[in-house]
Design a protein around this ligand. Structure first.
Ligand SMILES: *Cc1c(COP(=O)(O)O)cnc(C)c1O
Length: 240
């Protein structure tokens, strides 16, 4: 509903320009090319009209948290050429509804879920669904994701599933205030990403490192993120 929007359309455009400039600066500072980093617009709770402002401004990747919310909004979205991702925790019983409807599922955190996505993909589309493995990099009890130490075994277990293709890692780090702390945890993720690439297993092609949100995307880009997931810095504070 319009009255719930916390920013108007012009604000979204201004926010995108500012964020784009910051990403460019971070890439330059880190000696990276701008094309190495995708800016994902996180669209949970955002009305389709406002999401379309971002899409019409050139955003080519969106992330939604909830299956139901995404399916309810997507017909109203300008999604031509846009990569659609599910980034929220996914329950196995929702897999049936989402496979084939998005290009990537970024929140794979159990063998059971990976298996369910794989089986549904083969049944529904006959093709592999791209997935990321979610890492609980801060070992927080409140967060989903697998422990970093278990990643190699985890990949070994899901490597046999023919309906998924592992494209990389996703992380939601703890809330940290100091820039150097943020960078340290992103750097840890980057190391994990690089290490595991050296031990590649079948059907794993690690090329996406999804980390960095509204409060820390600059630090994430400085430390090697290839995809930042930005919501409130684009659309304003969320109203649930
Ligand atoms: C909501 C959400 C984001 C974006 O959060 P902001 O702080 O608003 O940028 C990114 N990733 C995930 C998994 C989320 O749930």
């Amino acid at each position: 509903m319009t009255e719930n929007w916390s920013v108007d359309e012009q604000r979204v455009r201004d926010n995108l320009l500012r964020i784009e400039e910051e990403i460019q600066n971070a890439c330059a500072a880190a000696g990276r090319r701008r094309e190495e980093v995708t800016l994902m617009a996180v669209t949970k709770t955002v009305a389709p009209e406002l999401i379309n402002v971002a899409l019409d401004s050139g955003i080519r990747c969106i992330g939604e948290n909830r299956v139901q919310e995404y399916l309810g909004k997507r017909d109203a979205l300008h999604l031509d050429g846009v990569t659609r991702c599910l980034i929220g925790h996914l329950q196995t019983n929702k897999v049936r509804q989402i496979v084939g409807e998005v290009d990537r599922i970024e929140s794979v955190d159990s063998v059971k879920l990976a298996k369910a996505i794989s089986e549904m993909s083969l049944k529904r589309t006959g093709e592999r669904t791209d997935v990321l493995v979610e890492i609980n990099i801060g070992n927080e009890e409140s967060k989903s994701g697998i422990a970093a130490e278990t990643l190699e075994d985890f990949l070994g277990e899901i490597a046999a599933f023919e309906g998924i293709r592992v494209r990389g890692l996703m992380a939601i780090p703890p809330i940290l205030t100091e820039d150097h702390e943020k960078r340290a945890i992103f750097s840890q993720m980057r190391k994990l990403f690089i290490d595991i690439r050296g031990k590649i297993v079948d059907n794993v092609s690690m090329d996406i490192l999804s980390m960095g949100m509204s409060s820390d995307y600059v630090q994430a880009v400085l430390e090697g993120s290839t995809q930042v997931r930005v919501g409130s810095a684009i659309f304003g504070a969320r109203h649930y």
